[in-house]
Design a protein around this ligand. Structure first.
Ligand code: FES
Length: 184
């Protein structure tokens, strides 16, 4: 009895060897590609803080007048998105006013009508938006019901840390809405 294989068997064996080699080669190639894609996508799994609220140290209590007159401060923060962390840059501005010995209110300076910055008018004790004249009380409420702003100035959460540091959870909100809707 002969051990020699028929031409069909030889062809099948050659085909199987080729297919096995292709599978192994493909796997060897795909593993690094998959690892690369995974590394590239990995930051998406991490929570970025690009558009989220961020508690930022804005001032010291000693910088705020005890009589409750508001002071304007830039909010400077480092931002991190899925791939990058930016150096500290201004992300907005707030008016801070003392409401007690260790209590502070923070208002976003952005007018809720269309996004201009409001100005504090010491002579009137109120904030005026220079774009379309919305007028806001010291606590941010709308003074003139005919003001085009659809809502009061946006309050931000404040925390006093280490007895004297004023930290603000800074957020921007979508303008033109009567409700506060956080920008995302
Ligand atoms: S943007 Fe402030 S009143 Fe229009």
């Amino acid at each position: 009895m002969s051990n020699s294989l028929s031409p069909e068997s030889n062809d099948r064996r050659t085909f199987c060897k080729g297919a096995l080699a292709a599978c192994i080669g493909g796997g060897v190639t795909l593993i690094p590609i998959g690892a690369g894609i995974s590394v590239w996508l990995d930051p998406l799994d991490k929570k970025g803080s690009g558009s989220e609220s961020t508690a930022v140290k804005v001032a010291n209590l000693s910088a705020l007048p005890k009589d409750g007159v508001p002071r304007k401060f830039s909010v400077i923060a480092r931002r991190t998105d899925a791939w990058t962390t930016t150096p500290e840059t201004p992300i907005g501005a707030v008016y801070l006013l003392r409401t007690g010995d260790k209590t502070v209110e923070a208002l976003n300076v952005v007018c809720p009508h269309a996004g201009c910055f409001v100005d504090y008018l010491p002579s009137k004790g109120s904030y005026l938006c220079p774009c379309h004249n919305s007028l806001f009380a010291l606590d941010g409420k709308i003074i003139d019901p005919n003001s085009p702003s659809p809502r009061a100035l946006d309050h931000l959460r404040v925390e006093i840390r280490n007895d004297s540091e004023v930290w603000v959870e800074f957020k921007n909100f979508i303008s033109g809405h009567s409700e506060q809707i956080s920008q995302s």
